[in-house]
Design a protein around this ligand. Structure first.
Ligand code: SAM
Ligand code: SF4
Length: 476
């Protein structure tokens, strides 16, 4: 057995356990709100204000189908009015699945002896990145199990390897991380590699459930070490962090309150909330058997996405390929801002996997294994602008979701043009003929809707350069 050699746990300055289970439960068992109260809360969100935990609970207690429809409609409206029709695309790249933890829901857990264990070498990482670039990806998230060998230096070096790979017009412009929590020094080291978002999911905010799924003798069994992790990331200077909960372990409404509490805590303590929220639902995984008691059905899943959209209007929402294509399509309208596409999560899966998934080689089963080109084609046909934009991050404009939301004209001036420029790169360099045709049509429609301005002329000129020259990576 691997010897657990992990450094001492040093929390952030002033770390506190800010999740009060009893308070959150009380908010959920209060009587159902009347329609007027629900509408008041919705109106606050549509007036561009984040909701409090209490106000979020009002929306969670609204069970009347008509009120739920109003919540759906408000989420769609917020998405449409505020964010428009862009969807950012990325792909996960699993680097290693050795793990010292024993999370009950995960195929990578230490006690799962049947899982094929593997850590990609630098050469293997390069091969995977080449394959991803050749398909048109520009944004990756690197995923790691928790293991002493996946220390901060290791992650730092993996990120540098990824950035060093360039094939043809391909390059990775933003690398996000989903890995175990570090101490402040560890986060600082990883930041040096120029990472985008550091994601850590609390999995469940409910203390007793957390203990049930994460054995106490494991590193992950330490609730506060994990809850405090993104505060340490902030202390280390990583101001771009992503929170998440794994839905299906406990009452979904409690988890939504946990996420909102967490977001407000980060906002209050560091002046900046989380960049993204993820809300994976538990999936079938090799050797995993879970009670279905808290599984979230599709209707409630839509509710939770709509309520999150309203509660934290300027936080990005990430919907992953765990969910099937039809449901993903529907949820895009509720304010999801990022999705992964062309996803493979077997180690080495971008060059080695065939069409079928192999549960023994992956963390869980995916619901959507369409190729990037198929997803692009479907998005374009549905009128979305797929975006690989990384401009804000590259120009040091952090907090872009806040700017999109709060600065009038920001989206028109920056986001839409940049989305169109990156979409054009994809269409010229990687798309199938059908996807290219659908994309060019969409770009034409978007341009037709823009009033004639100097900025529009610049955009048209840049789009033309991408189509007719080798110039790439043009952004505002
Ligand atoms: N090992 C690190 C950790 O646990 O923080 C990195 C993340 S893990 C590789 C990525 C995420 O996958 C976990 O945080 C968890 O939410 C999710 N996950 C694990 N098992 C899952 C399952 N059976 N179905 C869906 N998501 C799962
Ligand atoms: Fe390890 Fe993460 Fe899986 Fe838990 S969820 S067993 S920490 S890889």
């Amino acid at each position: 057995m691997t010897k657990l050699r992990l450094p001492e746990l040093t929390l952030s300055d002033g770390a506190t356990d800010f999740i009060d289970d009893a308070k959150l439960h009380d908010l959920l068992v209060a009587p159902p709100p009347d329609a007027a109260r629900v509408r008041e809360v919705v109106a606050k969100s549509l007036a561009k204000q984040a909701l409090s935990v209490e106000e979020t609970a009002v929306l969670l207690r609204a069970e009347d189908p008509e009120l739920v429809e109003e919540i759906f409609a408000a989420a769609r409206r917020l998405k449409q009015d505020v964010y428009g029709n862009r969807i950012v695309l990325f792909a996960p790249l699993y680097i290693g699945n050795d793990c010292v933890n024993d999370c009950v829901y995960c195929a990578f857990r230490h006690s799962n002896r049947d899982e094929v264990r593997r850590t990609l070498s630098p050469d293997e990482i390069r091969q995977q990145v080449e394959a991803l670039e050749n398909r048109g990806h520009k944004r990756l998230i690197l995923v790691f199990g928790e293991h002493p060998r996946y220390d901060a230096d290791f992650i730092h070096d993996c990120v540098q390897t990824v950035y060093s790979v360039k094939v043809g017009h391909g390059e990775i412009r933003r690398v996000n991380i989903n890995a175990a929590p570090f101490d402040v020094a560890g986060f600082k080291r990883i930041k040096e590699a120029r990472i985008g978002t550091f994601q850590i999911f609390q999995e469940t905010y409910h203390h007793a459930t957390f203990a049930e799924f994460h054995p106490r003798h494991t590193r992950k069994g330490h609730y506060l070490w994990r809850l405090d992790s993104l505060c340490r990331a902030q202390e280390a200077g990583i101001d771009d962090v992503g929170i998440g909960a794994l839905f299906g372990l406990y009452d979904w409404r409690f988890e939504v309150l946990g996420l909102v509490t967490h977001a407000l805590h980060l906002q209050a303590r560091f002046g900046v909330g989380p960049h993204t929220i993820s809300f994976p639902r538990v999936r079938r995984a090799h050797g995993v058997r879970l009670s279905e008691r808290w599984f979230v059905n599709d209707y409630d899943f839509k509710r939770l996405v709509a309520i999150l959209r309203l509660a934290v209007p300027y936080t990005g929402l990430i919907l992953t390929a765990r969910e099937p294509p039809e449901l993903r399509r529907e949820l895009l309208g509720f304010g999801v801002s990022q999705i992964d596409a062309g996803t493979r999560i077997e180690l080495g899966g971008y060059t080695e996997a065939g069409d079928a998934q192999c549960l023994q080689r992956e963390q869980f089963e995916l619901g959507d294994i369409r190729s990037l080109d198929e997803v692009m084609g479907d998005l374009l046909t549905d009128g979305y602008i797929p975006s690989f934009c990384t401009a804000c991050y590259r120009l040091g404009r952090t907090g872009e979701h806040f700017m999109e939301f709060a600065i009038p004209g920001f989206i028109k001036r920056f986001c839409t043009p940049n989305a169109l420029l990156t979409a054009m790169e994809y269409l010229v360099d990687y798309a199938s003929p059908q996807t290219r045709a659908a994309g060019l049509k969409l770009i034409e429609n978007e341009l037709a809707q823009m009033p004639p301005t100097k900025a529009k002329d610049q955009l048209v000129e840049r789009l033309r350069r991408i189509q007719t020259t080798e110039d790439r990576d043009l952004y505002f």
